[in-house]
Design a protein around this ligand. Structure first.
Ligand SMILES: Cc1cc2nc3c(=O)[nH]c(=O)nc-3n(C[C@H](O)[C@H](O)[C@H](O)COP(=O)(O)OP(=O)(O)OC[C@H]3O[C@@H](n4cnc5c(N)ncnc54)[C@H](O)[C@@H]3O)c2cc1C
Length: 453
């Protein structure tokens, strides 16, 4: 009889497929089950799936397995945010120091690549077109329904990881009925719709390729992330209703066309047929899901199943990947004593993922509104200067979140404190775009020298 350790994963999306590779590395025979068909067999073209920004935490989790370079091949670095004002003015705000970038990658492509890597591992068995319909945390029993044949099968496992996304069936069936399980699901007022901005006729990009483009308009915004084929996957985030500009008012072709002409005229010039392409992607809602505990008996929630967030800090996947590194490190530390690992995992991750969700909400205001605000721009300028002068001791909030693995909870607290101090200096000394660099440096040394040197 085989004595190999076994584990089950429900959901082989981004986190599930990565976690399968981690468990296989630790010597487990892993079976994954996903309700979707096998993405590896689907021809993926740009614009068929949303684009994600991959940053430090994501790369760390991939590099730890030696698979980061395989993903880098399908990722485009974005070194700055390019801001498109209503009057057509363009400005760029670097994300970090020179060469620091976040990377645009298609969700479908990265998922297919991770499945390909997992599938090549002899310790991983991937199953598709099966829907998990039941899970019992205490006994490890779970049920699957084959989506093609309708057949239902019943199974039992010693270890089950639920990576079945924001609307997790394992969470619903196995966790939500447990005594003292806390759960909240909050939709924000805004939804999103994808739009594919095609390449120029010669295949080149219509906008700067190595940048994330933002058209901030106060209560709503359009963003664009580059693809390799010269196109950009764009996303319009906007309230569903009750605002001057909202999705529910864009009810016909003419209204869509007029909307773009009025609020994104430079985008309209690049894509005058935007109204014809409007229906190509559905209007989708955005929810934040918090719950606790994340583990019980033989089962654990990871990724969006534990902490789905709104996408404005580009951290959902990155954070889910970090769940994998944290869980894996705990496996080593506690010699695969799963009850202990589960407790430590949820205890350490929950406050950090709460902070990640708070950061995601906070950054929506930054992206759609504050990036054009003079005070925000000054804060950014001073933070940039501070991190150049004191690279080892001053790390701006964005960099803590996207270019480090400083715990999210510390990043949130420290980052906001730092920005408050700088805001105070700007107000006290009436600093603005015209303030000479020498004056800024003088103030920086005056306020920060002792703390940071
Ligand atoms: C518009 C948008 C933009 C985003 N941008 C970013 C970004 O820039 N950076 C970033 O880091 N994150 C981003 N995210 C978040 C990111 O997409 C998610 O955090 C990430 O996909 C979560 O991975 P997951 O594996 O936990 O869940 P998912 O990717 O949702 O995978 C869940 C898997 O489970 C399967 N499944 C579901 N139910 C069942 C069932 N009952 N039985 C079997 N299988 C099941 C699904 O088919 C799927 O394959 C964005 C999200 C959105 C919506």
């Amino acid at each position: 009889m085989s004595t190999q350790k076994t584990a089950t994963i429900i959901g082989s999306g981004l986190v599930g497929s990565l976690w399968a590779v981690y468990l296989a590395k630790a010597g487990y025979k892993v079976s994954t089950y996903d309700r979707r068909s096998d993405l590896r067999n689907v021809a993926l073209s740009a614009g068929k799936s949303i684009n994600l920004a991959t940053s430090f935490r994501g790369w760390k989790a991939l590099d730890k397995l030696g698979i980061g370079d395989a993903i880098r091949e399908i990722a485009i670095p974005m070194y700055s945010r390019t801001i498109h004002a209503l009057d057509g003015t363009i400005s760029a705000l670097p994300y970090g120091k020179e060469n620091q970038a976040i990377y645009s990658v298609s969700r479908g492509e990265i998922n297919a690549k991770l499945l390909e890597i997992a599938g090549k591992n002899e310790n991983v068995d991937l199953h598709f077109d099966v829907d998990c319909t039941f899970a019992d945390t205490k006994t490890g029993k779970f049920s699957l329904k084959n989506n093609k044949t309708g057949e239902e099968t019943h199974h039992q496992t010693d270890l089950l990881f639920a990576t079945d996304g924001a609307f997790s069936a394992v969470r619903y069936s196995g966790f939500q009925k447990l005594d003292r399980f806390s759960y909240s699901q909050n939709y924000i007022e805004d939804g999103y719709r994808e739009i594919l901005l095609p390449a120029n006729e010669d295949g080149s990009h219509k906008l700067e390729k190595n940048s994330l483009h933002i058209w901030p308009r106060g209560r709503f915004m359009l963003i664009a992330l580059p693809n390799f084929d010269g196109s950009f996957t764009c996303t319009l985030f906007m309230p569903f209703d009750n605002h001057e500009y909202c999705f529910n008012k864009l009810t016909d072709r003419t209204k869509v066309e007029n909307f773009f002409k009025e609020v994104f005229p430079d985008f309209y010039d690049m894509m005058p047929n935007v109204a014809d392409r409007w229906e190509e992607h559905p209007l989708s809602a955005l929810a934040l899901i918090r719950c606790y505990p994340w583990t019980n008996g033989k089962m654990a929630l990871m990724g969006d199943a534990a902490h789905a967030t709104v996408p404005f800090y580009g951290q959902g996947m990155n954070c889910g990947f970090e769940d994998c590194t944290v869980m894996y490190d705990l496996m080593q530390e506690h010699n695969e004593n799963w009850p202990v690992i589960f407790k430590e995992y949820e205890k350490s991750r929950k406050p950090n993922c709460d902070a990640m969700q708070d950061l995601s909400l906070q950054n929506y205001l930054v992206m759609r509104d504050k990036v054009t605000d003079p005070t925000f721009k000054m804060i950014h300028k001073i933070e940039h200067r501070l991190s150049n002068l004191f690279p080892d001791s001053y790390i701006p909030l964005y960099s803590m979140v996207s270019f480090s693995n400083i715990e999210y909870k510390h990043a949130l607290q420290k980052g906001n404190e730092q920005q408050d101090v700088i805001k105070g200096i700007i107000e006290e000394h009436n600093l603005n775009e015209e303030t000479p660099f020498e004056k800024l440096d003088e103030l920086i040394y005056q306020y920060f020298k002792h703390e940071l040197a």
